[in-house]
Design a protein around this ligand. Structure first.
Ligand SMILES: Nc1ncnc2c1ncn2[C@@H]1O[C@H](COP(=O)(O)OP(=O)(O)OP(=O)(O)O)[C@@H](O)[C@H]1O
Length: 290
C-alpha cells in the first residue's frame, strides 16, 4: 500500500501517536518520533521500556493498537507500515531487520546465507520456472550479480575469508556481522538492528561499529537500532530517542540525551522529584573529577 503525503524528504521514517496494548498493559503509549535519511538513530531505554515492541510494530510483527508509521522512500514513495503484512514491509517498503537472537542458516555456508537472502530476485529472474536450472541467460546474469553483491558485503563485513565455512562455525561477533551483511543484500532503505552489540567483546564491538559506519557512509541506507551498550550508542548514533514505560522522555543528539536529567533519572531508577538532587550530585562528582 502506498500513499502520497507531504513529508520532508530528509525523513525516512515517521512514527506518529503509536500505541500498543497487550491486554491491560499499555506497552507503548502515544509515542512519536522521526528518523532522518542516511542517519543512525538509536532507540534506547531501560528494560521493558517498549523498544522491541516499537521495532515489532515498524517491521510488521505486531499490528499497533493505534498510530501511524510512515516509511518515506528516497524516490518519494510512501508506505503506511502499520497496514502492511511483514513480507511486504521487507519486499516493497524495503525495511530489513535483524533480531536479538541470531537467526542464520547455521548449516549453510556464509556465502549461501547471503544468496538465500536474494532468493526473491533470483526467482523473478528464473520466471518462476525451471529456466534457472537450465541456465537461461537472464537467470545466469542474475545469479552472477547475486554472488558479486554477496562478495561485496562479505568484504565489508570482513568475512570474505570465511565465505565457504558453515555460518554456525563463525564466532558470535562474526555471526552478527553476517546477519547485517545478509540484511544489506536485500537493498534496504531502512535497516532495523535489534541489539547488534549484545554479547560482543570490545574487539567485536569495534568491528561492528566500523561496519555500521561504513553502511552509513557508503550506502543510502538509514539505520535504526535498539542498543543497551551505551558506548556503541554514543559513538555511532546521530540521533537518540529514549523510551521509558512506553513513552518518549528524550529525543536529540547523543550529547543532549546523555545530559538530560530525565534520562539520567530513568537509568538510575529515581522518582521525578528526586531528579534535581541526582543532577546536582552528578555535577558535583564531575566537578570533583575535573
Ligand atoms: N507479546 C507480548 N505480550 C504481552 N506483553 C508483552 C508482549 N511483548 C512485550 N510485552 C510487554 O511490553 C512491555 C515492553 O516490552 P519490550 O520487550 O518492548 O521492552 P524492551 O524495551 O524491548 O525491553 P528489553 O530491553 O528488556 O528487551 C513489557 O512490559 C513486556 O512485558
Amino acid at each position: 500500500m502506498s500513499l502520497e503525503t507531504t513529508m520532508n524528504s530528509d525523513t525516512i521514517l515517521k512514527v506518529e501517536h503509536l500505541s500498543m496494548k497487550f491486554g491491560g498493559l499499555m506497552a507503548i503509549n502515544d509515542f512519536s518520533f522521526e528518523a532522518k535519511r542516511g542517519e543512525i538513530t538509536a532507540l534506547i531505554g531501560p528494560n521493558g521500556a517498549g523498544k522491541t515492541t516499537v521495532f515489532n510494530c515498524i517491521t510488521g510483527f505486531y499490528k499497533p493498537t493505534m498510530g501511524m508509521i510512515v516509511l518515506n522512500q528516497k524516490a518519494g514513495k510512501q508506505y503506511l507500515l502499520e497496514r502492511l503484512p511483514d513480507f511486504e514491509i521487507t519486499k516493497h517498503a524495503k525495511v530489513a531487520r535483524t533480531f536479538q537472537n541470531i537467526r542464520l542458516f547455521s548449516g549453510l555456508t556464509v556465502l549461501e546465507n547471503l544468496l538465500v537472502a536474494q532468493h526473491n530476485k533470483l526467482m523473478v529472474a528464473s520466471g518462476f520456472t525451471v529456466l534457472g536450472l537450465l541456465g537461461f541467460p537472464t537467470y545466469r546474469k542474475a545469479a552472477k550479480e547475486a554472488i558479486e553483491l554477496a562478495k561485496h558485503w562479505l568484504e565489508k563485513a570482513d568475512l570474505i575469508d570465511r565465505a565457504d565455512d558453515p555460518a554456525g562455525d563463525l564466532s558470535y561477533g562474526a555471526q552478527r556481522r553476517l546477519e547485517i551483511a545478509r540484511a544489506m543484500c536485500t537493498g534496504p532503505e531502512l535497516l532495523c538492528l535489534d541489539e547488534p552489540a549484545a554479547g560482543l567483546n570490545p574487539r567485536e564491538s569495534a568491528a561492528l561499529n566500523t561496519l555500521l559506519r561504513s553502511i552509513r557512509a557508503d550506502t543510502g541506507t538509514s539505520l535504526l537500532l535498539i542498543e543497551h551498550d551505551m558506548s556503541v550508542v554514543m559513538e555511532i548514533s546521530d540521533h537518540v530517542v529514549v523510551l521509558e514505560y512506553g513513552q518518549k522522555i528524550s529525543d536529540g543528539t547523543p550529547d543532549h540525551v546523555k545530559n538530560d536529567p530525565k534520562v539520567i533519572a530513568a537509568y538510575l531508577g529515581v522518582e521525578d522529584d528526586e531528579v534535581e538532587d541526582v543532577i546536582s550530585e552528578v555535577e558535583s562528582l564531575e566537578g570533583g573529577v575535573n
